[in-house]
Design a protein around this ligand. Sequence first.
Ligand SMILES: [Cu+2]
Length: 318
Amino acid sequence: MTLETTNHGRPHLLRLLFASLAAMLLPLSLSSAAFADDEDSPKTWTVQVGSESSDQAIQGMSFLPSNIYINAGDSVKWVANSAEIHTVTFLAKGQPLKPFNPFDPKQLGRQGGTGYDGHSYYNSGIMANVSNTGFKAVEQYSLKFTHTGNFTYYCIVHGMAMKGAVHIRAAGTGYPFTQSQYDRQNKKEERKIVRDGEKQWQAARKQASNHKVIAGTDNGTAMLMRFVHHEIVVRLGDTVTFVNSGMGAPHTVTFGHEPANVFAPVGNPKNFRGGNLSSGLMEPGSKFTVTFNKVGEFDYICALHDYMGMVGEVEVRR
Ligand SMILES: [Cu+2]
């Protein structure tokens, strides 16, 4: 698959443009700037959904900021910030958080209105900043908040590993942070996630061999979406173990055609002679062992993350 990069860079350019415009206009508009900061006028706040390294290899399971303090009457706009899919989901009162079901339309698509009522099920649907995820993904989701209180929401793809909260106070309350303070903190968080991902990548390289492939790893926040090593060479009749050494994200090892249901295993891994073979969903900590009984070069993918570059090859020699 080719990577969709159409939108990359554009928001940044726009921000630069606005920043320079603002700098030019600033001396003329001090009074109106003060007026715009009036805490009685409703504001729209922005929360980033996910984060990633520029090559998409490292993905973050975070809402940034994870806690946002707003006033009744304000809105929150969530913006997709990664190729990895996420959701913004407020569960109904008493509704349990269940494992992600990629066939449930109530999880995949938008649910609920544009104003949060404080107790019903609201869902953004699948969010991503690219269009080749295999899902119908949206880039933005907004809700207006009129009830005061503290409301937790989840990404139902990543469950307990990825949650955030909106804290709504009475209209007119002073805000503890400005949007630019949140944004600065977000940038720090994003850099930390990339650093953590790179450390995991280095550790994976040390653990990996020609007979052991690390099929993704994560620390519950930073995820590595790569096979390590992505190219290996083995002898005819050798066995290779693929290990998901993470704690939050599932992956697959899929040779041949991508099955319609990537969650179900396909083929016999004890005797692989080319063609279709798939691990099914590899939960964190699980292994998939394949014996290669045919000479050749065999490409495989993670059916969930191939569009961000999670692909590999096994070369089998006599
Ligand atoms: Cu994967």
